[in-house]
Design a protein around this ligand. Structure first.
Ligand code: FES
Length: 94
């Protein structure tokens, strides 16, 4: 039986890899909310998985969505406004 992991970490690479930010993601908190609490505000609009504005490169890790997003999300991308990490994740914002 695998241990239950309650806390995951997000690593964000941004400013063309000039900056790296690492934070704990509290359970039930979206990736966008985690970043916003640390004064990092990527582009977003609807916060409901409809518009795709927050689409971010997911370099590593797995996320889940409370509801299936209405916009297309390709492999290696995630909608940070409504994505919750299932594992530690690495994101990149260009
Ligand atoms: S802000 Fe619209 S899908 Fe995330």
């Amino acid at each position: 039986m695998q241990p239950l992991i309650l806390t995951n970490y997000v690593t964000l690479i941004y400013n063309m890899a000039q900056r790296i930010f690492i934070s704990k993601v509290h359970q039930g908190e979206s990736l966008l909310k985690t970043l916003a609490k640390k004064n990092i505000e990527p582009y977003y609009e609807c916060c409901q998985g409809h518009c795709g504005t927050c689409k971010t490169r997911l370099i590593k890790g797995e996320v889940r969505y409370a509801q299936t997003p209405l916009t297309d999300v390709d492999e290696g991308e995630c909608l940070i406004c409504c994505a919750y990490p299932v594992t530690d994740v690495v994101l990149e914002i260009s």
